[in-house]
Design a protein around this ligand. Sequence first.
Ligand code: GLN
Length: 543
Amino acid sequence: MATRFVFITGGVVSSLGKGIASAALGALLQARGYTVRLRKLDPYLNVDPGTMSPFQHGEVFVTDDGAETDLDLGHYERFTGVASRQSDNVTTGRIYSSVISKERKGDYLGATVQVIPHVTDAIKNFIQADLGDEDFVICEIGGTVGDIESLPFLEAIRQLGNELGLKRSIFIHLTLVPFIQAAGELKTKPTQHSVKELLGLGIQPQILICRIERPMSQSDKSKIALFCNVQEDCVISAVDSETIYSVPMDYQTQGLDKAVCKHFSLPISKEPNMKVWNEIVNSIHKPDGEVTIAIVGKYVQLPDAYKSLSEALDHGGISNKVKVNLKWLDSEIFEKDKALEELEDVHGILVPGGFGERGAEGKIKAVQFARERNIPYFGICFGMQMGVVEVARNIANIKNAGSTEFGNPDEPVIGLMTEWYKGESLEKRDTEDDIGGTMRLGAYDCKIRAGSKIEGIYKKSLISERHRHRYEVNINYKDVLEKSGLKFSGLSPDGLLPEIIELEGHPWFIGVQFHPELKSKPFDPHPLFVSFINAALAQARLV
Ligand code: GLN
């Protein structure tokens, strides 16, 4: 069938969970047997979120093809299992930069370059580019209707909707229906205004997803339908739920998939197959126990900065049938010794990815605590690097071990590698490049050492995982560190880049240079997280 385009906008307030709504609709359409691709248009001027602070933007989600993208793409992958690509996320910055570079090359043949049609054409091209034969493309528009920033995107989808016609396009608007305590009532007015705003831009939504604290009555639905010019069964009440993974089922109960299929005249007599989602939600609601994991990081005040990580830990919990409690700890507190008490009651310690010197010594202290107390330790990217520094200093007796990320240590156990091989091709890291250009980004293969613990976890000898970092464990220290028990159990195929380390004689001490959390799904939990939570469970039984 010809690809249908579903455009999802948001109104009234931001943070309504458009990303989850889009992802959940993707999962629902898959449950009806359709293929989907999800895309996001972001209205900010950065070319991509790679250079933004995690405090500003939350996590930067990395795709296999090395794109640094919005964290919503993580939700898309976790709900649909479809691997995102560079072509699935675009920003105003990227659109303008491509239009301006075309203008400089003279590609517009002397025309006055304008928002309409040149910018809107570039947006429409992006939405339709790099597609196969997907049944549905779900395209989320970032921001809130009424923002100046998102106007060119809204104009572009209006045009595209008009070109494709209603047989191939649909507009879904996500709004808030607040409950006003004093009046004891749900209020539909903000939704009416938001739809009016969209109408003013030429877009009539066909479906409204209303975020709401408590279920909506039929008369509320009728009122919204009447004022917003939509069918009653197209007003979906999206009541807050305990877990994001129940959203596909909640939407199904509310008839979202039916409303979409009806719009496109697709069959609705058969119900979607919700078996996987049922199982996931059941296992979340009925855990057999619980574990507590400390996350020792730098951006812990904003859990969105570690979105994929906390989800992957939950997936490890789902697979072990336990609830995973997260204890977020700012690594800087460990620079004062007493704070280590905070780690006494946890069953696993995880140091996630991070950049810069602030808090690094605190992370090293946390690693030492995990190592000495035999508490499961999981180091991801920066967490692996700090694990190596700790072992180098405290077991291998390389007292001045450090990373060249901060200063010039006498013993650079972590340093910048400027060249390596990816398959046959030589890749170079140019330190003079743009800030993004110095990073190793995207999927890289890693060879696993036979007989290692990690081999038992992955049950494979060659894996591929996603990267986002500049520095590497210095291969020149391999022999001395291995003599101290720190095994380099995963290496890049050319043998130059250490990818995985594990400490012998410790119940679970593993560091990985890549970000396994980016590939974990609730229905396909990442083996490293399954194993880590399992080790934490064993630890919980000990204490
Ligand atoms: N700052 C480290 C590097 O650039 C680690 C990066 C990360 O943890 N993602 O290599």
